[in-house]
Ligand binder design. Structure first.
Ligand SMILES: CC(C)(COP(=O)(O)OP(=O)(O)OC[C@H]1O[C@@H](n2cnc3c(N)ncnc32)[C@H](O)[C@@H]1OP(=O)(O)O)[C@@H](O)C(=O)NCCC(=O)NCCS
Length: 157
């Protein structure tokens, strides 16, 4: 990370880390789905420790789950401090993103299934399904509330 990336406090701007997260997640989503994939949603972006100028960042991304056309990608960002040689890299951020595979017209296209290989893969896949259920339920609940409000407003007019 360089001085170009800093905020007013002199640490690295969260948006710079988010861009790296989105780039890495897009790369693995594109690789898994064998074509272009776009970011549909990003949630649970957590900044766990400040990132500093001079830090070497590693961004690790994995497709946790896939549905019909969407995938959940988990991302972990770890930092090696330039002045803490020999110490283990520290996790500084994590996030979950939904990517949707798209065709040349930008329409969702089918993605291959995720085949978990390890116990960790299986856990990530199960946890991703829980997050998906909550994401869709939250979105539907908000849309339903808006529909009810719009109907009530129409009656008042
Ligand atoms: C993402 C996009 C292609 C989805 O199109 P859409 O017409 O809403 O597609 P659908 O309703 O068929 O949803 C496609 C999939 O995304 C999932 N999805 C869409 N919005 C979601 C959300 N907010 N959270 C979780 N999943 C979501 C759907 O559940 C579906 O998954 P499935 O096929 O695995 O069951 C469209 O909204 C889009 O082009 N957005 C802009 C993307 C973009 O520009 N990103 C930034 C630059 S890369």
């Amino acid at each position: 990370m360089s001085a170009h990336d800093t905020n007013l406090l002199g640490t690295v701007h969260g948006g710079v880390v988010m861009k790296l997260v989105d780039d890495a997640a897009g790369a693995v989503a594109g690789r898994h789905s064998e074509g272009p994939a776009v970011t549909g949603a990003m949630d649970e972006m957590a900044f766990l420790e400040p990132v500093r100028v001079g830090d070497l960042l590693q961004v690790k991304a994995q497709v946790n789950w896939s549905g019909r056309t969407s995938m959940e990608v988990g991302v972990r960002v770890v930092a090696e401090r330039w002045n803490e040689a020999g110490r283990p890299a520290k996790q500084v951020a994590s996030a979950y993103l939904v990517f949707v595979a798209v065709d040349a017209e930008g329409r969702p296209r089918l993605v291959p299934p995720v085949l978990p290989e390890t116990a960790d893969d299986r856990r990530r896949c199960q946890e991703a399904e829980i997050r998906r259920t909550h994401r869709l339920a939250r979105r539907e609940a908000i849309l339903e509330l808006r529909r009810e409000r719009a109907a009530a407003d129409a009656l008042d007019d």
